[in-house]
Design a binder for this molecule. Sequence first.
Ligand SMILES: Cc1cc2nc3c(=O)[nH]c(=O)nc-3n(C[C@H](O)[C@H](O)[C@H](O)COP(=O)(O)OP(=O)(O)OC[C@H]3O[C@@H](n4cnc5c(N)ncnc54)[C@H](O)[C@@H]3O)c2cc1C
Length: 441
Amino acid sequence: MKRFTLVLFPLAAAAALAAWYSNSATAPAGSLFSDGPGLLLAFGRLAGITGALGVLAQLLLVSRASWLEPFVGLDRLTRWHHVFGLVVPLALLVHPPLIVWHHALQNGSGFIAQYLDVLRWEDVLAAAAGEALILLAVFLSLPFTRRRLGYETWHTVHLGAYIGLALSIGHQLELGGDINAESRLFAGDWYLILSFVTANLLWFRLLKPLWLYRRHRFTVAATRMETDSVMSVQLEGRELDNFSVEAGQFALLRFWAPYFRWQAHPFSFSREPGGGLRFSIKKLGDFTARLHAGLKPGTPVILDGPYGVFTAARMRRRKALLVAGGIGITPLRALAGQLTAEGEDCILVYANRRRSDIVFADELAALEKAGLKVVHVLADEPGWTGEKGVVDAAMLARLAPDFAGRDAFLCGPPPMMAALRRGLKAAGMPEENIHYEAFSL
Ligand SMILES: Cc1cc2nc3c(=O)[nH]c(=O)nc-3n(C[C@H](O)[C@H](O)[C@H](O)COP(=O)(O)OP(=O)(O)OC[C@H]3O[C@@H](n4cnc5c(N)ncnc54)[C@H](O)[C@@H]3O)c2cc1C
């Protein structure tokens, strides 16, 4: 069923493009084989259809759909969304001028006068406003603008793209010459595409987390400071035996209390399955600082997840090398617990600045007794006699001489992960054996 759902959108999109081809090759006004204004109309319509399909595909990528996410992981889907987000607007940008140009040539009018006239056509003004909202979301996501905005501001404006799409739907169905009611088959195809995307967004992003809450009633059971800047949050709930999580996965948490309820943030499960639902949160910005200061036991939690493919299911070998930097320990703590319990050969290299930054020190010591090999690397601890400095591929090769025959799981600051991925590959570790989790979506 999941595989069928995977091909549904591409098939329906191909049918919409077939509609464009069939109409453009036969209808005189949009003939692909004419060399006059008809060609402008044909390509203007193509730009409109591909632009709309592109935006819809973009929404599917971030819909968190369970028929898609487990194949690649939410972080990779989000990265694809960022990359395609730079291409899709090109189609949206060229759609209006091509259509206007066609009509201007046909009517013998000026381009601007024709543009203003087209804006008065049915649903076109709403579609133009919708396109502006979508393009604004894209502009604010470009690296140089995104860097200047706080996450929440950027995210709120980004949601405007949904309104943008809604505003353009009337225009697609009224004026979209290839998909309007005159060709029932293609109009049906377009309705199918719109309903499919809307249903996925509504279910996976909105209703499913609420349904999960209704079923499990997740609530904060207790909080506990692990270090000066990391607090663990233990959840309790009902029927948790029916809520399955793999070690290494994460969830988006919305704490249902004033201020917190307006934002959902991703955090990794920091215990292996069977060890309870625990998240360990580093104080980093506004939201996490307020959580540390004010999260109370008894707070309801809307949990959206689990997500992610940073799990033992991806292992190709039976031995693992886990490398954590700072708060990147959370998914690796869960993986280390699971792999040690299963008796796997597992080494954890854990980098911090100081001894007091080590999270889960006692738990790791207990896992060490159960067979996990733990190496703490400290960059800045006077008197530390263990491993010192920065973790790099050479250090890993020294600590685990058989590293190339292991699966590496990396989670830490982005520069550390980038350097390790490069170094491990250069040292002979196959790329498919290197798994990593970036703490950014
Ligand atoms: C898959 C994943 C797993 C994570 N696991 C953990 C964990 O176990 N423990 C932990 O302490 N942190 C974890 N993080 C990071 C955590 O989500 C951020 O530190 C937190 O959201 C910061 O929020 P803030 O407002 O306090 O800080 P800010 O300073 O506002 O944000 C810092 C950065 O966090 C990211 N961020 C902020 N808000 C959001 C949001 N609502 N959704 C997505 N990203 C956001 C942005 O990249 C932002 O630049 C994880 C992140 C991801 C993506």
